[in-house]
Design a protein around this ligand. Sequence first.
Ligand code: BGC
Length: 423
Amino acid sequence: MDKKFPKDFLWGAATSAHQVEGGLDNDWIQWEKENAKRLARDADKKWEKWQQDKFPEMFEVSNYISGKSCDQYNRYEEDFDLAKEGGHNAHRLSLEWSRIEPKKGEFSKEGIEHYRKVLLALRARGLEPFVTLWHWTEPVWIGEIGAWENNETSKYFIRFAERVFNEYKDLVKFWMPLNEPGTEVSLGYMFGNQPPGVKGKISANRAFKNLMQVQKNIYKIAKSVSPDFQIGCSHFMFDIKSYNRLPWNVLATKIMDYFANHRFFKAFNNSCDFYGIQYYQPFNVNFKLGGNFFGFFENKKIIEKQSDLGWQIFPEGIYNVLQKASKNGKPIYITENGLADAKDKYRTEFIEGHLKYVQKAVVDGMDIRGYFHWSLLDNFEFVEMRGFWPRFGLIEIDYKTLERKPRKSYFEYQKIIRQSKSS
Ligand code: BGC
């Protein structure tokens, strides 16, 4: 890879609290306890035969209980050492609301102090923190009032955010208040296959509106706490294309693009300084009764190389989504991009391939300022409650001993970063 990345480009990896910390008590933990058995029992309906054979742990109840996870709550220094050794100069993480405000209106000194230490540990290693305030989980008391379906949640979240901004304003410049609101709204409030497990368009609409409003309000508050803060909107993007020219596929592609992207950018464009774009795979829209997109469309698989989750590996797609996002005129950080790959078979070529296209985007004049691989370490893949078997880490976790083992791709990523810095 040659070296045309901006000098101050940020290089790092991303995680989220619920997926790595362990020892939590929030509304998702409750959901795990109530649903783990069912999820283990139904794994054969959800995954293909090759996946079931390769990852038999998906049939175990423990796969669906996050429990101590990677125990990053106690091991963050070790993890940040590894990030630093990997050449990273930035790191994306989330703060867990339930640690900071475990009971309504009662802010925990211990929780606040913990994250101060975490942020200091990042700074001490020269890692620029990118801090997410809501990576989908809420304190139990918020879950009890219906989370984002309830307008009250916005009020409480804003109070929490304001407190956090004030607590850590000396340590953090880049904030991403919400992680992929669109994803949680559709999976948690429309299809109900992750917490809070609600199924309904009305609920989803209400949740989306609340989240949109929250981002707007938080943007203003953040700027009043410090005009130097850079506030990001995180957005998940498929590279959406019609599988062929059949008119219904072409039309469905437009509709999907409208709801997934256009509507999002329109709603959020005035309440952020940058976009955090999160890209994993293409979506080749094809009509199929029973397909997983509104029951009528499937993501047609046309690429042979696929991750352990069956996601197609398509590096060029990152260029396409960056091009689309760039039209909004804001700087972009790629705040997630990665794959589940337990054997580390494709991760190196995945990173190289995607970064080539990021580089092309930069050369073509797009304002791309950083790349965060998902993820630093294997973790609890809580999207659709898949559990521990999908392994996204540059660093492998032995969940029995909690030993961290950098994979080959960790060193390859390190090489790429070093090369880009020596240019
Ligand atoms: C989420 C992560 C998740 C990743 C892989 C993203 O949408 O923000 O939490 O682990 O996708 O599924």
